[in-house]
Design a protein around this ligand. Structure first.
Ligand code: GRF
Length: 219
């Protein structure tokens, strides 16, 4: 199991029983995590973040988790002989916290079989492009370099591929002639912060049905 870095938030008994239990897996700054967390504090939110896990000990996102009073863990891939063992350590934490949904918020590792099986159709990822365009790293730069006029962001369920899983929500963002990776990225990020929480909300309202590879949003 990973290193536990001191917790812990107090939540009402009502919260614990009725709200969806979200874990966030991250590797970096954690702005999407922050948005998901802050939206979970709104009066009508139907989920709460119960634990944050990172493969990077110095991820600023872990620092944020600490500031928010959330439980958080660092699980170092190098401490495990195999990816399977590493993911089992993560699963042990997720089970300890009775997690219903795992949100990848800037998690820079490919999810393996172990996690995929344990949380089938219960892992979401946010990607800074309109998939299936520009999967993988530096999606914003790919969009600028390619010269597209519109890019955006996508929340999708995670499958074994890289950014290939069933698409839940997308938001377009105009690409300006003078955009850099950075300026475009900032405008996309604003939209990411909205649609990720919205996808989580829809999940716990049981509005998302996966049919083949299509996600139907039930009215
Ligand atoms: C975001 O652009 C997200 O789309 C991508 O990684 C970045 C993470 O940013 N998967 P942050 O750590 O949430 O600020």
């Amino acid at each position: 199991m990973g290193v536990r870095i001191p917790p812990s938030a107090n939540h009402s008994v009502t919260d614990m029983k009725t709200k969806g239990r979200v874990a966030v897996l991250l590797s970096g700054r954690g702005s999407n995590f922050e948005a998901i967390y802050k939206n979970s504090l709104k009066r009508d939110a139907n989920y709460r973040v119960v634990v944050v896990v990172s493969n990077k000990k110095d991820a600023p996102g872990l620092q944020k988790a600490s500031e928010f009073g959330l439980d958080f863990f660092h699980v170092a891939p190098k401490s495990y002989k195999t990816k399977t063992a590493y993911e089992r350590a993560i699963i042990a934490i997720l089970e300890e916290y009775s997690v219903d949904l795992l949100c990848l918020a800037g998690y820079m590792k490919i999810v393996g079989e172990e996690l995929l099986q344990a949380y089938e159709n219960r892992i979401m990822n946010i990607h800074p492009a309109l998939l299936p365009s520009f999967p993988g790293l530096h999606a914003q730069k790919q969009a600028v370099d390619h010269g597209v006029k519109i890019s955006g962001c996508t929340v999708h369920f995670v499958d074994a591929g890289v950014d290939t899983g069933p698409i839940i929500l997308q938001r377009p963002v105009e690409v300006r002639d003078d955009d850099s990776e950075d300026t475009l990225g900032q405008r996309i990020l604003k939209e990411e912060h909205e649609i990720f929480s919205e996808a989580v909300r829809l999940f716990f309202k049981k509005k998302l049905k996966i049919k083949n590879r299509k996600v139907i949003i039930i009215e």
